[in-house]
Write a protein that binds this ligand. Structure first.
Ligand code: PSU
Ligand code: MN
Length: 298
């Protein structure tokens, strides 16, 4: 397995010295945000993690290797290249075998993080059960990865483009704990609230660590969701977002967008419909998640 992993010096040193490392995904760079905001985000997120005493490991696939940590030049390539696959579990082996470029989703990044021995991962929001998922069966592979892979994902909840209730049901069925970091409400990405609660509110990073260590020492495999609401000053109104999301979903339907194109399509429509406000919120919540993940990393 080791022959497929390639570390940057910074990450390899941190891991060998048992220092805290935070994994970061690359789908958000290649398919989640527009250029140049994507590369600015990628660099700033790494800086925030370093400023909070941990080492960032942005994960992506290139040259037949899973890169655990990317150089600035590689970040730029993920931000600008046209031919970057969106890599979830099912795509992982093919993209490595063909030596193509692959941006890892939450699921793909969790796989890589576990292989590298990284326990904490920061992102924007997880994928989930899509609205009308009972008809389309569109359920993100992120959920099944959380069911089986031992990595904690710090995120701003699940976007209300999804069916949040069914997403939480799926996680419950698969035994994935949903922790509210300093909140008892499951956040909906752009907003701090939703109609749903969390399983447990935990207020201190060291108590999140205790819970994760206990889970994994007990052999209870699988990940955990650490839901961290977007900072108040950057949050958008839940009801306003609902209207905009309805519109974006309608356009996706009319244009027959399916499969892995659904999430990027809706994100970009929401950005247009909010005149860029959603992009600012998206960046703010990613930065906040990076900070909290750096505090939790162990
Ligand atoms: N949420 C975001 N931005 C993103 C994604 C989710 O706010 O870019 C990406 C993540 O990489 C996530 C993926 O793992 O979308 C889920 O895609 P799908 O629904 O196709 O599984
Ligand atoms: Mn999907």
């Amino acid at each position: 397995m080791k022959q497929y992993l390639a570390y940057t010096d910074e990450v390899s040193k941190a891991l060998s010295e048992n220092r805290p490392v935070v994994a970061l995904e690359s789908t958000i760079i290649s398919h989640g945000l527009p250029y140049p905001e994507n590369v600015e985000m990628a660099k700033k997120v790494e800086k925030i993690i370093r400023d909070h005493g941990a080492v960032p490991a942005t994960i992506g696939i290139m040259d037949g290797k899973v890169k655990i940590g990317l150089t600035e030049d590689e970040l730029e390539q993920f931000a600008t290249s046209e031919n970057v696959h969106k890599v979830s579990r099912r795509d992982f082996a093919h993209v490595i075998a063909q030596k193509e470029m692959g941006a890892t989703t939450v699921a793909g990044t969790m796989i890589a993080a576990e292989l590298a021995g990284i326990k904490v991962f920061a992102t924007g929001g997880i994928g989930g059960v899509h609205r009308e998922g009972e008809v389309t069966w569109d359920v993100s592979a992120d959920l099944q990865e959380l069911a089986q892979t031992n990595v904690a994902v710090v995120c701003a909840g699940a976007k209300s483009i999804l069916d949040i209730g069914r997403t939480l049901e799926y996680l419950e069925t698969h035994g994935v704990p949903v922790i509210g970091y300093q909140t008892d409400t499951f956040p909906s990405f752009y907003s701090r609230e939703s109609q749903f609660g969390v399983d447990y509110q935990i207020d201190q990073p060291e108590d999140v660590v205790k819970m994760l260590q206990t889970k994994w020492e007990l052999g209870l495999n699988g990940g955990a969701v650490v839901a961290n609401p977007v900072p108040e000053e950057s949050a958008l109104d839940f009801n306003e977002m609902e209207t905009i999301i309805q519109e974006a979903l309608q356009q996706a339907k009319e244009q027959n967008i399916t499969g892995k194109d659904v999430t990027p399509f809706i994100l970009s429509k929401v950005k247009t419909l909010t005149e860029g406000k959603s992009l600012e919120t998206n960046l703010a919540l990613v930065y906040h998640n990076a900070e909290v993940a750096a505090k939790i990393a162990f």
